[in-house]
Design a protein around this ligand. Structure first.
Ligand code: ZN
Ligand code: ZN
Length: 413
């Protein structure tokens, strides 16, 4: 009788199949293993598996030839195909994606990371990690240890292994160390909102940029010379090591207000209200999405309610933002000021936490993370602000999970 498994692992290394299958079985998954690629067709004729985890370099049929064969016979239909390999070249990845693979796992990484990567694919999760949540300037202090003093940086790791980073403030330094510790050797997409210091200053300390073989793409708005901004801050007298000697391949790409398909995700850009050209992003992966809108002056800032006397153009901008982040699983939004502080900071390009909460409620997002705190905001004040937000949500009878972004905080979507 046909047996159905969660995973079929095909790899000529007996040690690897034993270790990985045991670890995945511990997670409650039913795993089958095959060490000879020529036996897969017969196995799949008699059994089935939801996910095929296939090595690329194998004697007899290699991983690509095996997938071709399975595609021809219809044996890959309805299954997720994931390649695991110690040699991941861009050309191989492109070829594999075109054959229907959904993800890659790097064998050079730690064993724990391989297990985590498989589990993320099985559960189709997105992991969001905050590495820097502060606006304007780093604010290390005794009263900022709970939420953190590093400036803007958020990592989004897709189940497929794709790595997306929003902004390169000083928080990106710890992200880089973490990626290197996991021995991740990969392509990294860095979406910059704009070029103010608190969004680019950590880049010269981003370790993966020094690693030959890594490929980094930095995205920003049209008409912005990001290359000059990044290389400029790395030249004498500001910094001793120029970008060209960093080792990794670094590309720059400008985005307009539209949607792009990149690797296995989509990204939509929107112009925000902030001095200089600033982009906000909506990241879409199948039925899940995240909006990253920071350094944005919401027109409802400084009001007790967003109803009322806004002029047409302003109202139009607000509605455009509502549409842009409507229904997202997570909205990360600039929450720099209180209503009182805003009175003396009008036109500075930042929002009050009350206005950001209004947007989250109006756009019916599922979770809202306050972000880009004023450098003078203390831990106690942030905790109080979250409490105030919760009171507003309860008073309105709304359903919204509201949280304060904090360094090291991970959110699984
Ligand atoms: Zn900023
Ligand atoms: Zn800014």
């Amino acid at each position: 009788m046909a047996d159905s498994y969660d995973i079929l692992m095909v790899d000529d290394s007996l040690t690897l199949t034993r270790m990985v299958s045991a670890a995945l079985a511990d997670e409650g998954l039913k795993v089958a293993t095959i060490n000879k690629s020529t036996e897969v067709v017969t196995w799949l004729t008699n059994n089935t598996a939801k996910l095929l985890l296939i090595d690329i370099m194998m004697p007899e049929l290699d991983g690509f030839q095996l997938l071709d064969r399975l595609n021809e016979l219809g044996l890959s239909d309805g299954k997720q195909v994931v390649f695991i390999s110690s040699k991941l070249y861009d050309v191989d990845k492109e070829q594999a994606f075109s054959k229907g693979a959904v993800a890659f796992i790097d064998k050079n990484t730690t064993f724990e990371a391989v297990k985590e990567a498989v589990m993320a694919i099985v559960n189709n999760t997105i992991k969001v990690t905050f590495w820097g949540v502060r606006g304007s300037i780093p604010a290390p202090a005794k009263n900022s240890v709970q939420y953190g003093g590093n400036t803007s940086c958020v990592e989004v790791r897709l189940g497929s292994g794709s790595i997306i980073v929003f902004d390169a403030g000083t928080g990106i330094r710890d992200l880089g160390k973490n990626l290197n510790n996991q021995r991740i050797n990969s392509r990294i997409h860095i979406f910059l909102t704009h070029q103010h210091w608190d969004h680019i200053q950590g880049f010269p300390f981003f370790k993966p940029a020094f690693k030959p073989g890594n490929k980094l793409t930095l995205y920003s708005g049209q008409g912005i010379d990001t290359q000059r901004a990044i290389t400029g801050q790395m030249e004498q007298p500001y910094f001793p090591i120029p970008l060209r000697t960093m080792g990794a391949r670094v590309d720059f790409r400008n985005l307009a207000e539209q949607e792009y398909s990149i690797d296995d995700f989509k990204i939509r850009a929107i112009n925000l209200l902030h001095p200089g050209k600033t982009l906000g992003y909506r990241l879409i992966k199948e039925n899940k999405s995240i909006a990253y809108l920071t350094d944005n002056e919401l027109p409802t800032s400084g009001r007790d309610s967003n109803a009322g006397e806004l002029d047409l153009a302003t109202m139009d901008y607000y509605h455009k933002l509502i549409d842009f982040c409507h229904g997202v699983d997570l909205l990360i939004h600039d929450s720099q000021y209180t209503n009182e502080e805003y009175q003396t900071h009008r036109g500075w390009g930042h929002s009050t936490f009350q206005a950001a909460l209004d947007l989250a409620l109006d756009a019916k997002v599922k979770r809202f993370a306050l972000y880009h705190y004023d450098p003078d905001r203390t831990d106690d004040q942030i905790s109080e602000i979250i409490q105030t937000c919760q009171e507003i949500i309860d008073r309105r009878g709304a359903k919204l999970e509201c949280l304060a972004a904090a360094e090291g905080l991970e959110i699984i979507i």
